[in-house]
Design a protein around this ligand. Structure first.
Ligand SMILES: Nc1ncnc2c1ncn2[C@@H]1O[C@H](COP(=O)(O)OP(=O)(O)OP(=O)(O)O)[C@@H](O)[C@H]1O
Ligand SMILES: [Mg+2]
Length: 499
């Protein structure tokens, strides 16, 4: 789109030149009309003065008539001299009824006013005509004076008009024209952000007009902008319509998809409910089976102990009995963990709580011998009379699990110690081993369900033990801490409030 361009810079811009010319013409015409009126008025006044002067001769008529009646030549001559010496008066002539003529002066002007007076005398028969007095006044001086005045007025008004026009031009240039180019530039800056209209537009016609001044250029810019805005609006409307249609299509697709999703959700919910029901039934069944395992297990444990006692110190038999014990311990742990996880998960208040002797409980748990490995005894040391409030069976499982880990994950020839101490109003059970230790980044994770470190995955286990320990300790309002220095070895400390 070709937009209006600035006209070449001249001393006076096209608009300024036009304003000056219009002002000069208008002012000249007005001044001329006023001047003509003024001059006509002036001429009429001056001519009236000459006529009044002629009329004023009226008062001299009786004495002139007397001089004519008496034929007093010297008096007549004096009267004529007095008359011709009056301003503008050029010629005076007395003519008697008998035809005698006295005249003075001569006609010099091209424009004159003539006046004739009758000379009369009063007789007993009435008024008697003696002759006439003819006067001739010149008005060339009046014309000359008016002409001079005309020249003065025209010259003065021309200067005044030029000054006013110049001042007007300067004033309008300063107040209006000088502000137009910045305005045009701003419009053009706006135009730059708009696409050109299809097929040019009216702006180009105005812009390219050779006689166009600043206003034409600016008008062209505005027309150009209007055309582009119009196009932009048209494009926007089109885009809006398309967007509206797309929205409607999208809405309908979203509605279809939502209905499909609702349907799928319903099916999934029904499937999940069915799965939950099936899982519940399965868990109930497993709980029942696990529970029923406990009786036979204790029978087998008792029988294995009897075999060991009455085996007569047969070494092979003793090894086999030890294997049976380890297998029983492992099985018993698994069943306990499963049953207790079930219990912790399902019961609203799983604690069978009472005040109990923690030292006794720790010693019983460590002496039970139902650990994954029975390759060495635990080194147990408990402070007497340490009582806590809680579920002793659950706490026993917690301590057994920690002790089991210590035995499992440390070398067979290293000691495992279990201590119970009072510490700042708490009972602290610490199980310490000399195994590989637990790196800091795993110390949080080992309490997660089924988490097992890859460093120890050769040792059997399912990753439930510490998860249960943490839950049991939390239920008792206690804490569990790990101390595992880089040099190796691990100490788990369970702290419970004293009762
Ligand atoms: N004393 C320990 N020394 C080194 N690693 C340990 C010790 N105790 C626990 N761990 C690490 O923590 C993991 C989780 O222990 P957790 O008792 O939960 O599971 P598990 O003993 O492997 O299996 P489960 O106890 O169910 O038979 C273990 O696999 C082991 O990697
Ligand atoms: Mg364990």
């Amino acid at each position: 789109m070709v937009c209006p361009s600035d006209p070449k810079r001249k001393a006076l811009s096209p608009l300024g030149r036009r304003i000056v010319i219009y002002t000069v013409v208008f002012s000249s015409v007005v001044t001329l009309i006023i001047s003509i009126l003024q001059l006509v008025n002036e001429f009429t006044q001056r001519e009236s003065m000459v006529r009044a002067q002629l009329d004023s001769v009226d008062v001299l008529l009786p004495s002139i008539a007397e001089s004519v009646w008496t034929f007093n030549e010297s008096q007549i001559s004096l009267a004529l001299q007095a008359l011709t010496s009056m301003p503008n008066m050029e010629k005076a002539t007395i003519t008697t009824a008998e035809g005698r003529i006295w005249s003075r002066g001569r006609e010099t002007s091209t424009h004159t006013i003539a006046r004739t007076f009758t000379l009369e005398r009063q007789t007993s028969r009435g008024r008697e005509a003696l002759g006439t007095l003819d006067l001739l006044a010149g008005t060339d001086a009046v014309y000359l004076a008016v002409l001079t005045l005309t020249a003065e007025i025209l010259f003065g008004n021309a200067i005044k008009t030029l000054m006013v026009a110049g001042f007007m031009g300067w004033l309008i240039h300063r107040l209006v024209i000088s502000r137009l180019p910045p305005l045009k530039r701003e419009v053009e800056a706006l135009l730059d952000g708009l696409d050109p209209p299809i097929g040019g537009g009216p702006a180009e016609t105005a812009a390219n007009r050779p006689s166009g001044d600043e206003i034409d250029i600016l008008r062209g810019s505005f027309a150009c902008m209007a055309a582009r805005l119009n196009d932009a609006l048209g494009t926007m409307r089109k885009a809006k319509d398309e967007l509206h249609q797309a929205n409607q299509a999208l809405d309908s697709r979203v509605r279809d998809k939502t209905a499909q999703l609702e349907e799928s959700k319903k099916v999934a919910e029904e499937a999940a409910e069915a799965a939950l029901r099936a899982m519940g039934e399965q868990r109930n069944f497993l709980s029942m089976v696990s529970h029923e395992f406990r009786g036979p297990l204790s029978t087998i444990t008792g029988a294995a102990q009897l075999i060991a006692i009455y085996g007569g110190g047969h070494s092979e038999l003793a090894d086999e009995v030890a294997k049976i014990h380890r297998a029983l311990g492992r099985m018993s742990n698994l069943i306990n963990e499963y049953l207790n996880e079930e219990r912790l998960d399902s019961a609203a208040s799983p604690l069978d709580a009472a005040r109990f002797d923690l030292g006794g409980m720790v010693e019983d748990a460590c002496a039970s011998g139902l650990f994954s490995t029975n390759d060495r005894p635990l080194d147990v040391s408990t402070e007497p009379g340490v009582f806590v409030f809680g579920d002793s069976a659950l706490m026993s499982i917690a301590v057994s699990n920690i002790a089991d880990n210590a035995l499992k994950f440390s070398p067979a020839d290293s000691p495992v110690t279990v201590t119970l101490r009072r510490r700042d109003g708490f009972a602290a059970v610490t199980v310490r081993d000399h195994g590989p230790g637990i790196p800091p980044d795993e110390q949080e994770r080992i309490f997660e369900k089924y988490y097992r470190s890859i460093r120890t995955d050769r040792v059997c286990g399912v990753g439930l033990g510490l998860y249960l320990v943490k839950r049991i300790v939390d239920l008792h309002g206690g804490t569990i801490a790990i101390d595992s220095p880089p040099s190796g070895g691990t100490a788990f400390t369970v702290s419970l409030p004293l009762a």
